[in-house]
Ligand binder design. Sequence first.
Ligand SMILES: NC(=O)c1ccc[n+]([C@@H]2O[C@H](COP(=O)([O-])OP(=O)(O)OC[C@H]3O[C@@H](n4cnc5c(N)ncnc54)[C@H](OP(=O)(O)O)[C@@H]3O)[C@@H](O)[C@H]2O)c1
Length: 259
Amino acid sequence: MFKGSALITGASSGIGAELARLCAADGYALILVARRSDRLEQLAARLTAAHGVTARCLACDLADPYAPRALFEQTSGDSVKILINNAGFGLRGSYTETDWDAEARLMQVNMIALAHLTKLFAARMRSTGGGRILNVASTAAFVPGPFMAMYYASKAFVMSLSLAVANELQGTGVSVTVLCPGVTQTEFFDAAGLQDSALLHGPAMTAAAVAGEGYRAMLAGKAEVIAGARNRWAMLSTRLAPRSLLARIARKLNSGKSA
Ligand SMILES: NC(=O)c1ccc[n+]([C@@H]2O[C@H](COP(=O)([O-])OP(=O)(O)OC[C@H]3O[C@@H](n4cnc5c(N)ncnc54)[C@H](OP(=O)(O)O)[C@@H]3O)[C@@H](O)[C@H]2O)c1
């Protein structure tokens, strides 16, 4: 029986590729979104062969403000039952020196595209029998992040928006779950210029483990999930600590050897 489709942004690597694998294993038809179409096509071929599902690849730059509306229209006949807003990237640097255009793209991808897709698909799901939305934030959502200020702020936005919309949609058949991974072994650190960050000296989860926790929480309709017991404990402590102390800790973690 056709279960509907799962649209996953940022499916070309890391956590998104693992989430796509879980959707395929559950029998959802896939709609895979990212810029690197070669990666999407390879993943689509692998998952189609392994799980017998159909897979469409939509190469798309979510930094384009028109991209969310275009994706919504391109999938109007697809019965999207799962939307996973996972695409995102980080930028490192002192806030007075980082490039504004790069930060504007970060806001567009991490925040605005996610917010727009959530709005469009939640409304369609609500009028067509329900659905599940998973928004990927970060443990960065809990603290201010010196030297990655815009990235941390973008994830705080994702967390707040997702929890509010989840609450609004209670009882409608549409759930919104926000997933907060801690440090995870993906291409994220290379893309963000964080190869020498102290963040990489601590424990890291695999993308598969993070995706599994997020996927299960989404199916259960939970509003929020922090991936990994260690991260859950660490985020509990952020509720008591002064924000200035949290900023000092994050500054150390985000800084390279030279900072
Ligand atoms: N890794 C971590 O430690 C960590 C921790 C907390 C939260 N997260 C969050 O987890 C999510 C997934 O990241 P990841 O760790 O799996 O990193 P990743 O391997 O670098 O994956 C990022 C994904 O986002 C896509 N993407 C980036 N810019 C895009 C754009 N302009 N348009 C469309 N797609 C774009 C990339 O695809 P293309 O390059 O092909 O476009 C890629 O598929 C992100 O939201 C990230 O902020 C990661």
